[in-house]
Design a protein around this ligand. Structure first.
Ligand SMILES: Nc1ncnc2c1ncn2[C@@H]1O[C@H](COP(=O)(O)OP(=O)(O)OP(=O)(O)O)[C@@H](O)[C@H]1O
Length: 292
């Protein structure tokens, strides 16, 4: 039971966006899909959900191709920026329509969420603000009876209170009915504590694929006077650096050398996910160096 992404290549007008991408998405896990603007996150999610056909490669869900396969596609839901809903339909009608395609829908939960977010279910979709369109689509995503939910920029246009509410609801619904969520977002700090596993897409490839705790365990910020820091990090996988006055901070991704003495002037801390992401994806050249 899983989603297998096999040797996906996507070329748009001779421009390679995804190159031989292989991934497994497991049941009952919350994933973060990170990548800079234009890295290909939406393209990947659209391929997984059969909204676009890849140039080559294949996506399987529980062993079945998703290509034009309603049974397989009924196991997943993609919430994205694209509005697939009729402007004239009322929110409540769209809940019913979704129930028809998916065979079921948690109407009680949808009503509770609509109330909590202040979404009027009698409003027509076309009259909703950007934030409320996102809220409407998030409610669909949380109430459909699928095991794989893909959220492409889920909090687009949501104010800070509504974003908080959404993250809380996500944790709650996940603990009540575990299923897989893949969240693509630029708000890394906001989801860092929510996700268990992270994919980083950069330079047409997945450059990081692992449990967040394992990844952060080998991501270090090493600071102190420049010469001492450089001496300590010599030969390690340095992915970036910053300078603040006479203090240098180097970012290291990978094992440290346990036999190397740490100078008294040098401090070692762990990086957070956002800083690690920024350093790993800062330049095209850098993305060739790190671990896959
Ligand atoms: N239908 C299309 N035709 C041509 N090029 C496309 C098409 N869809 C996407 N692209 C290109 O593919 C690349 C990846 O786009 P994509 O939207 O997947 O990136 P993204 O990681 O989701 O970006 P963002 O974070 O900015 O939303 C971009 O260069 C984009 O211009």
């Amino acid at each position: 039971m899983s989603i297998q992404i096999q040797a996906i290549q996507q070329v748009f007008h001779k421009h390679v966006v995804l190159d031989n991408l292989n991934l497994t998405i497991e049941p009952n896990k919350i994933y973060g899909l990170l990548g800079r603007n234009g890295a290909g996150k939406s393209t990947l999610l659209n391929i997984i959900s059969n909204r676009i056909q890849p140039t080559s490669g294949r996506v399987e869900i529980d062993g079945e191709s998703v290509h034009d396969n309603d049974r397989a596609l009924g196991k997943l839901f993609l919430m994205s920026e694209v509005d697939l809903y009729s402007e004239r339909s009322k929110v409540a009608q769209l809940f019913k329509l979704t129930a028809q395609f998916y065979g079921d829908f948690d109407f009680d939960y949808a009503a509770r969420l609509a109330k909590a977010f202040g979404l009027d279910t009698n409003a027509r979709f076309g009259k909703l603000s950007t934030g409320y369109r996102s809220i409407f689509k998030l409610i669909l995503a949380l109430c459909v009876p699928v095991n794989y939910v893909f959220l492409d920029e889920p909090v687009l246009g949501l104010d800070a209170n509504h974003r908080d509410l959404f993250y809380q609801e996500l944790i709650e619904t996940y603990s009540e009915r575990p299923r897989t969520f893949v969240i693509s977002t630029h708000l890394i700090e906001e989801i860092a504590n929510l996700i268990e596993h992270v994919f980083v897409l950069d330079n047409h490839h997945i450059v990081v694929n692992g449990e967040v705790s394992d990844i952060l365990a080998k991501a270090y910020l090493i600071s102190g006077p420049q010469t001492d820091v450089q001496q300590y990090t010599d030969g390690l996988n340095v992915i970036g650096e910053d300078h603040l006055g006479s203090i240098t901070a180097e970012y290291v991704y990978g094992a440290l050398d346990n036999n190397r003495p740490i100078p008294d002037t040098v401090q070692i801390e762990h990086l957070d996910l956002q800083k690690l992401f920024v350093s790993l994806t800062n330049t095209k050249e850098a993305s060739g160096n790190h671990e896959h």
